[in-house]
Design a protein around this ligand. Structure first.
Ligand code: MRU
Length: 364
């Protein structure tokens, strides 16, 4: 099979063509520290400003959130999404509850329940809850997230060959974080150091985080990227066009099982079959030593209409039965390395992950 290689330049997004909101609000550098990427979560003095990820790639639009309950809605409807960004959003949600004189513990519990798989959300909400100044804590988390993602990126990039052709799934980039990204942080660090990576972007049915977000983000960064349908990854690997898979994580169990966007597991199976290294990039905050294995990770089930409808149109008969888990679990045996800001864990994972977490399951 002939495979067209990733192009050397990305198409511009429809937002450019339409002259939509400039990509970077208020100056050259955003919280992402990169040209052309707007902040995903920011504080404007009165409200939390969220980049509305439902509108991308067509529009760069922001939503102001002024209460913990609107933050719950924004998280549930995926205005903000991605494990590290959810952690920061959870912390800001608690800060909003405190400012409004609401019970912060109740707000934290409601926030945690909105999306149960990413442990970062619960951790962010609890961290703000136990802080003397929840707003200052949330702001500190934004800065920390960008810094640790840079470290993840640099450590992960060192594992890639030059000119690596990388498959990624979903969006584990700056848009999924306060900035820089985890899996895409690895790609970014390789790109910044002149190592010429290119990315095969799986579209990631049904919410299309790959095609809507990852393709847009890589385009803004000037990193070569080619969009594929999810089911094309096997054919690409069979054709020898993939050097490595790099994905993010929503929760890593103590034994190294990894929960991430549904479809990650099948990608890992394909990678092992074809001898392609499979890397997970995630902050230590995503490791949950209290979860012994993947079976203990709660998997969020989402609205059947995400599968039955696309862009406002029916793509299946109304009422068709649907199974729509947002995430799946990749067994540790299929994961070659887990890259964190504190170092790279390799099998056997139980000892390696515990060492990275300092041995305390509740405080990574
Ligand atoms: O449903 P989403 O878009 O929140 O899922 C996001 C993912 O699965 C990401 O890969 C994961 O959160 C890691 S983001 C750095």
């Amino acid at each position: 099979m002939a495979v067209v290689p990733p192009p050397t330049a990305n198409d511009r997004s429809p937002a450019d063509a339409a002259g939509a909101t400039p990509a970077t609000e208020g100056g050259e550098l955003s919280a992402h520290g990169a040209r052309g990427l707007p902040p995903t979560v920011a504080w404007d003095g009165d409200a939390v400003v969220l980049l509305d990820q439902r509108a991308l790639p067509g529009l760069v639009r922001f939503e102001r959130v002024t209460s913990a309950s609107s933050m719950c809605t924004a998280i549930r409807t995926m205005v903000v999404r991605g494990a590290p960004a959810l952690g920061v959003a959870g912390a800001f949600g608690v800060a909003l509850a405190v400012r409004a004189g609401e019970d912060p513990a109740r707000a934290a519990a409601r926030l945690e329940a909105t999306r149960p798989t990413a442990i970062n959300l619960a951790r962010g909400a609890r961290r703000a809850l136990s802080a003397a100044d929840p707003l200052a804590e949330a702001l500190a988390m934004v800065a920390e997230d960008v810094e640790r993602n840079r470290r993840i990126g640099d450590l992960g990039a060192a594992l890639l060959p030059d000119s690596a052709r990388i498959v990624t799934h979903c969006n584990a980039g700056a848009l999924a974080c306060a900035g820089y990204g985890t899996a895409l942080g690895v790609v970014r660090s390789a790109h910044r150091s002149g190592r010429s990576p290119s990315v095969w972007v799986r579209e990631t049915r049904p919410v299309l985080q790959g095609s809507r977000l990852t393709a847009w983000e890589l385009g803004r960064l000037g990193i070569p990227a080619t969009l594929i349908v999810d089911s094309a990854a096997g054919a690409l690997m069979a054709a020898g066009e993939v050097d490595c898979c790099v994905v993010g994580a929503d929760r890593v169990a103590a034994n190294g099982d990894v929960a991430n966007k549904v479809g990650t597991y099948e990608l890992a199976v394909l990678a092992r079959h074809h001898g392609v290294p499979f890397l997970v990039a995630a902050p230590v905050d995503t490791i949950d030593l209290e979860c012994p294995d993947g079976a203990a990770i709660p998997i969020e089930q989402r609205d059947p209409d995400e599968v039955r409808r696309t862009a406002g149109h029916d793509t299946a008969p109304r009422g068709t039965a649907v199974w729509n888990p947002a995430f799946d679990v990749t067994p540790a045996s299929l994961v070659d390395a887990i890259v964190t800001e504190r170092g790279v864990a390799r099998p056997p994972y139980p000892g390696a992950l515990a060492a990275l977490c300092g041995g305390d399951p509740a405080r990574p």
